[in-house]
Design a protein around this ligand. Structure first.
Ligand code: ZN
Length: 224
């Protein structure tokens, strides 16, 4: 009986640890903004994993066409390869945050010192390109843990999560289906997780802009 009790306790603890690490909204290790503080019918568009020389340029074109701004969490190494896209983002009024230097799956398994070094390199590179020091950070895969929290605190970064994950990385899912799933989950202050490096990123963006307008939602301009 006692053994069963201990077993269930261990399972519950493991379940909690998994939830704490893999749910950005849990806030157990690191507090992250996952919803806009204002209550109006506005949403924030966030794009991860770029810049991509072809796709990000298309996303920027659509946003410019509609005079909309978004928050881009860029990968340092990719930013270094496409500095003009970063400058274009700043010129168009978008906000840029960091999404690690290389977006490796091993990122969360490193020491706090190694994570801080990675984030610092990303910050320094973006600052040298844009002249602005980024202060926002989104952890890859939404994973947080004590070393990441320590590194983020040391660098004075603010973590940003999301309230709606689009699953736009699932290539087999039609963009209409991805958009409909987002619309069903909409709430005032929603933060949408999108990606600007997909072959059809700009197609989904057009669907979202149209659908949000039909539902009387506005796309908010990100600010610090
Ligand atoms: Zn990512």
């Amino acid at each position: 009986m006692m053994v069963w009790g201990v077993g269930i306790g261990v399972l519950l603890l493991l379940g909690f640890m998994f939830y704490a690490s893999y749910s950005i909204a849990s806030g157990v290790y690191l507090k992250a903004l996952c919803r806009l503080p204002q209550t109006g019918r506005s949403v924030l568009l966030t794009f991860d994993d770029g810049p991509d020389p072809v796709q990000t340029a298309k996303v920027l074109d659509v946003l410019r066409e509609h005079q909309l701004q978004a928050l881009f969490f860029v990968v340092g190494e990719r930013a270094q390869q496409c500095p003009d896209l970063l400058r274009q983002m700043v010129a168009d009024g978008h906000l840029i945050g960091i999404h690690t230097w290389r977006h490796q799956s091993s990122f969360p398994m490193q020491s706090a010192a190694a994570i801080a070094e990675d984030l610092q390199r990303c910050c320094d590179t973006l600052q040298s390109i844009t002249g602005q020091r980024p202060v926002l950070f989104r952890p890859p895969f939404g994973v947080t843990n004590p070393p990441i929290a320590k590194a983020v605190g040391r660098l004075g970064l603010k973590a940003v999560g999301w309230s709606i994950r689009s699953y736009d990385t699932v290539a087999s899912r039609s963009r209409e289906r991805v958009a409909d799933r987002i619309f069903r989950r909409l709430k005032p202050g929603a933060i949408l997780l999108l990606h600007d490096d997909r072959p059809d990123s700009e197609i989904l963006l057009r669907l979202l802009i149209e659908g949000l307008r039909e539902r009387s939602y506005t796309i908010t301009t990100p600010s610090l």
